[in-house]
Design a protein. Structure first.
Lengths: 101, 228
């Protein structure tokens, strides 16, 4: 499990690093978000379309980056807590079983 | 795959909300029942939700010179079944719509449909059918998460094409254009999502055996695995 997982994680990192390398050689590569590009395409297809509803609240850029980090931190925090908890419990069981022998 | 606030005409926005709503209601009911019947899986459910929360916050670079993000809804669908993910995905999308100006309230129904309904159902169907074909669990999980991710983005392309047909080539032409924006960028990212999902499932098989055993959705898959 461990070796396979390390291999898979390295592969994921390699894919992303490779993507940046290939991507930065593309013409006009700015690493803009595809969501934004799709909305630009909407404007190109239907220039007269006006968004009829605006964001309830739009965070200032600095706060937005903090909130993005908060989202990742909450996700990673809960996930990490779960994984650590389960691993520790399995380890504890194994130790007790060893001691009982 | 986040359609920006106001970027679906009112009729389309209302229609997608109407389509998504029953799924979310059933999902809430399923989650509630899961908590009552199998309270021991509560923490795993939180972890699956956290995975989607984390993964969908990371904007990853791609070979096309654009950025996009994975969805993270495949893992929960594999573990708990696709119905449960509609609620978790909705919570993720609500957070992003209200606090990050990413997605929107008027487009929430459409975004829930692509990320929290189509993605999980495709992932689950792929898991089941590849298991039936005799694939290893790791391969099944990889394909399920990857294709679920991709299906989400193709669904978004379809939703935008329906709302904004190309003046010349119609809905089909418009779909090809929107898919052309999403699909190539998403390809390596979907592979990354597949790999990360396999990593988590590998971990769970090692350390969370009891929980996996009590979840009916993975039971056939685990049974096949032990038989081979």
């Amino acid at each position: 499990m461990k070796a396979q997982n390390i291999g898979l994680l390295l592969l994921a990192v390699a894919l992303i690093v490779g993507s940046v390398w290939i991507g930065s050689h593309q013409e006009g590569a700015e690493f803009a978000g595809t969501d934004g590009q799709a909305m630009a395409l909407v404007a190109a297809l239907h220039p007269d379309y006006q968004p009829w509803f605006d964001f309830v609240w739009e965070p200032p850029p600095e706060i937005a980056s903090g909130l993005f980090a908060l989202q990742a931190a909450l996700g990673a925090g809960i996930l990490g807590y779960y994984l650590g908890f389960r691993r520790g419990r399995a380890q504890g069981r194994r130790d007790r079983a060893d001691a009982g022998d | 795959m986040h359609i920006t606030e106001g970027f679906l005409p009112p009729l389309h926005a209302a229609a997608w909300t109407a389509v998504a709503l029953p799924f979310v209601i059933v999902s809430a009911w399923r989650v509630n029942r899961l908590m009552q019947d199998q309270p021991q899986t509560k923490l795993l459910l939180a972890a699956a939700g956290a995975f989607a929360f984390l993964i969908s916050s990371l904007k990853l670079p791609s070979v096309t010179g654009s950025c996009s993000h994975a969805t993270g809804t495949g893992l929960g669908a594999i573990l708990f079944g696709p119905a449960v993910m509609a609620l978790l995905g909705t919570l993720v999308l609500l957070f992003q719509a209200l606090l990050l100006a990413h997605g929107g309230i008027t487009t929430l129904g459409a975004n829930v449909f692509s990320m929290a309904i189509v993605g999980p159902w495709v992932a689950y169907t792929v898991l089941r059918s590849t298991q039936w074909l005799g694939a290893s669990l790791a391969l099944s999980v990889f394909l399920a998460a990857m294709l679920g991710d991709w299906a989400t983005y193709l669904t978004t392309a379809g939703q935008l094409a329906l709302a904004f047909p190309d003046p010349v080539s119609g809905i089909t032409g418009s779909f090809l254009k929107f898919a052309g924006v999403f699909a190539p960028t998403q390809l390596p990212l979907a592979v990354v999502e597949g790999l990360l999902t396999v990593v988590i499932v590998n971990f769970l098989r090692e350390y969370s055996g009891e929980e996996l055993q009590s979840l009916q959705f993975l039971r056939p898959a685990l049974a096949t695995e032990t038989r081979t």
